[in-house]
Ligand binder design. Structure first.
Ligand code: EPU
Length: 422
């Protein structure tokens, strides 16, 4: 098992390019199953989850190949509608393969998906959405079988906005007969990117980015070429890292508007944030103030995927900040690890009071999930002494070479196999 070893207290300086968004690439790769022919997807990050998606597409019979950050998929040879359990368990995103498989083959069978240990993560909205389009769903002995001789457009009202369920329905509905309306749809930028890709394939989807998405079913789709949007959470993590460690960092290949809430909080904390075209410059002397109360919310609210990293940053703020996690019911596992580093945190239910301390101290900590791991890296960079972050495999699910990006900015961080330092 690998770990990151971080010598903290070094400010970060320089420029780093942000890679493509994992959470945009995954549903877009799923969309390639909707039709045969060669799709070409650009700026796809080299991440564990993308690799798993490639293995799933391969297991379904599609041809998947990568050259650098470009991926080609040809699903002409799609031959099965069953996703093996061993692959389903490896990531949550496997669930939105249901939509395209149902659309293309009229049936799909899967087991419950895995993913980060951040809460119960039900799939009822996915199943409700597909059922509304006419799918028959049966769950027996751990296997979910879904079939439809024909998918028909419908109005689907989600009780809560779900990114994955919105994407699953979009994928299933593009070739359904008639019009589908998704109400209370999730509004994340990744959904807008999926809409762009689907429309490039000849679909007729409108409204992504708002809470109502309208999909007019089309008969035929064709392969398309697309460039994935920059990863707003990777950009946000690096911005927060620079703010916490101090220094001056420019992030390129960003869409600053996608990070509006995170940048607003950094600004409020006293960090200098200057967006300029597709770049964002972060300047910080490593000292900052508390930001009051924050709640995680669906986009455009404060993203749950930035909550752990923001918490790590606020541990060193002057004063008390409060973070309430409202999206996932178990996304506070970093709290006890940050406490090992000297953070002063009080937890009640899903709310954490963060009483700023003058400094954190390096310690051995464990990443339990992707963003918790990123938070521990942020804390380690700003702490005094050496921090060892275990569970790096979680971090590798969402950041391509995080240690390389940070080293290029002057951070002292390297990857080690754990036995080296035990
Ligand atoms: N929900 C339900 N029923 C469902 C689906 C979701 O009740 O059928 C609830 C969830 O329990 C949660 C809320 O709806 O309380 C929102 O979950 P959502 O479905 O939006 O999350 P997701 O699609 O599973 C995506 C990202 C996550 C990110 C969330 C929220 C991908 C591949 N994953 O997950 O990313 O945290 O949206 O923004 O897009 C990450 O990258 O670290 C990550 C976990």
């Amino acid at each position: 098992m690998e770990q990151f070893v971080i010598e903290g207290g070094k400010p970060l300086y320089g420029t780093v390019r942000i890679h493509g968004a994992k959470n945009a690439a995954l549903p877009i790769l799923a969309a390639t199953l909707l039709t045969g022919g060669i799709h070409e997807i650009h700026d796809v990050p080299r991440l564990k989850d993308i690799e798993v998606m490639g293995r799933i597409l391969g297991a379904l019979g599609a041809r998947f190949s990568r050259a650098g950050t470009r991926i080609q998929v040809d699903a002409s040879t799609l031959r099965t509608c069953h996703i093996p359990d061993v692959l389903m368990r490896q990531m949550r995103s496997s669930i939105f393969l249901m939509g395209p498989l149902l659309s293309r083959l009229g049936e799909v069978s899967v087991t419950r998906p895995g993913g980060c240990a951040i809460g119960s993560r039900p799939i009822d909205l996915h199943l409700y959405g597909l059922q509304s389009l006419g799918a028959h769903i049966e769950e027996k002995d751990g296997l979910i079988r879904c079939s439809a001789s024909k998918l028909t457009g419908a109005t689907i009202h989600f009780k809560t906005p779900s990114v994955g369920a919105t994407e699953n329905v979009m994928l299933a509905a593009v070739k359904a007969e008639g019009t589908t309306v998704i109400r209370n749809a999730a509004r994340e930028p990744e959904i807008v990117d999926l809409q762009s890709f689907l429309n490039r394939m000849g679909a007729d989807v409108q409204g992504a980015g708002t809470d109502t998405i309208i999909i007019h079913g089309v008969r035929e789709l064709h392969p398309a070429s697309h460039e994935i949007i920059p990863d707003r959470i990777v950009a946000g993590t690096l911005a927060v890292a620079a703010a916490a460690a101090g220094g001056e960092v420019t992030l390129t290949n960003t869409i600053p508007d996608h990070l509006r809430y995170t940048l607003h909080l950094l600004n409020k904390a006293g960090v200098s944030v200057s967006p300029d075209g597709d770049a964002i410059r972060i300047r910080s002397d490593g000292r900052h103030r508390a930001v009051g109360r924050i709640e995680t919310q669906p986009y455009p609210g404060f993203p749950t995927d930035m909550q752990p990293q923001m918490m790590a940053f606020l541990c060193l703020a002057d004063g008390t900040s409060v973070i309430c996690e409202r999206i996932f019911d178990a996304r506070l596992k970093h709290v006890s690890e940050l406490a090992r580093m000297g953070a002063d945190l009080t937890v009640e239910g899903n709310t954490v009071w963060i009483h700023g301390v003058p400094h954190l101290t390096g310690a051995d900590v464990e990443a339990t999930d992707l963003r918790a791991g990123a938070a521990l890296v942020v804390a380690g960079l700003s702490a005094r002494g050496v921090t060892r972050v275990g569970g790096v495999q979680h971090i590798d699910r969402g950041y391509e070479g995080l240690e390389e990006m940070l080293s290029s900015l002057g951070g002292r961080i390297y990857r080690n196999s754990r036995s080296d330092s035990d």
